[in-house]
Design a binder for this molecule. Sequence first.
Ligand code: MN
Length: 139
Amino acid sequence: MKQESTTALFPEGNKLSADWFTGEAFLFPLITQDKNNEFSAGSVTFKIGARTNWHTHPKGQVLIVTEGTGFYQEKGKQAQIIKRGDVVNISENVVHWHGASATTAMTHIAITNFLQDVQVTWLQRVTDEEFNHVNNNLK
Ligand code: MN
């Protein structure tokens, strides 16, 4: 029987704002922007059902899934299942969301580039209707 990893790579960190996240999502910061790094990096943990709002990044973002299974979806496209070990390279200004599924938690490292002082533009919530639609399409 395949052994699932039960040890998280990083601590959960602090709960993320309900303004931009639905459900229980947490951030453990890893790297902050500085004179050499035009990006920040952090480990984001999404409990079951948790997800970002729809949003864009002005200079793109890379996600590296470290635990569990969840979703990545670009507006107008079918959602992709993402799981431990998957890497997602998100282009600039693409409207998207990422998060857990309705039945599984997911943790990813997010590496997010800055354009001057901006790294994300938050949009509307991923509604329960949208989220359920993605989850129901799995079956
Ligand atoms: Mn993103």
